[in-house]
Design a binder for this molecule. Structure first.
Ligand SMILES: [Zn+2]
Length: 215
């Protein structure tokens, strides 16, 4: 590979199903959302990291050749997937434009004949070219998203409820309630803190009140 490691933070790789892993490529940093696909190099790193999970053959040349136009195609698809998942986990309605976008990505143009007409020769149509690898990868991800959203898999997508978290996770795997152990710990700490502020059962003042009632 000729691309170097991109600047951190890198997108998390939690081992979620591919559509959720793809959706989780935005990162909350100090209250702001940071795009983990913020340069062609970042996208190349993510695709390289997930290459073994893809059915599409992704040669090194496809990764090193990613430009900003290609990057925007992935960002558009990723943002669409996030909005569709959001509608799914909140039992809401999708934007029709998002449904159209995912369907378009899932169905790349079929191979088409190319006109080959060198000077001095007769024009002819050459063997149809296969779709470019990166187009095929987007189609593969889009098809996985469609299967997931339509109940064609065992995946149960959930939005992580931990404060400030923006990740999706598969609830069917070990019935987790958070995307990661770190988020579970933060959510428990936030609940504990809220109880203290309200003077709930864990609050020292509450114990005093309890003691006074007993005496
Ligand atoms: Zn989380």
């Amino acid at each position: 590979m000729t691309f170097g490691p991109p600047t951190p933070p890198l997108p998390p790789l939690h081992g979620e199903p591919l559509p959720l892993e793809f959706a989780n490529t935005v990162h909350p940093v100090a209250g702001e959302l940071l795009d983990c696909f913020r340069s062609p190099n970042h996208l190349a790193w993510w695709l390289y990291s997930c290459r073994k999970r893809l059915g599409t053959e992704l040669p090194d040349a496809a990764l090193t050749g990613i430009d900003h136009a290609e990057l925007q195609c992935f960002v558009l698809l990723r943002d669409t997937v996030r909005r569709l998942l959001d509608a799914r986990v909140n039992a809401g309605d999708p934007e029709p434009m998002d449904v159209a976008t995912i369907n378009l990505a899932a169905a790349p143009a079929p191979p088409h004949p190319v006109l080959h007409w060198p000077a001095g020769e007769a024009p002819r149509a050459v063997t149809p070219l296969p779709a470019a690898p990166l187009v095929s990868v987007r189609a593969e991800i889009a098809r996985e998203v469609i299967r997931l959203l339509s109940g064609g898999t065992t995946v149960v997508p959930r939005a992580c409820p931990a404060p400030g978290c923006v990740f999706f996770f598969d609830h069917s795997r070990s019935r987790r309630n958070w995307c990661s152990r770190g988020c579970g710990n933060r959510a428990r700490a936030a609940r504990h803190y809220a109880r203290h502020r309200r003077g709930g059962p864990d609050h020292p003042e509450a114990h005093h009140r309890e003691d006074r009632r007993r005496t």
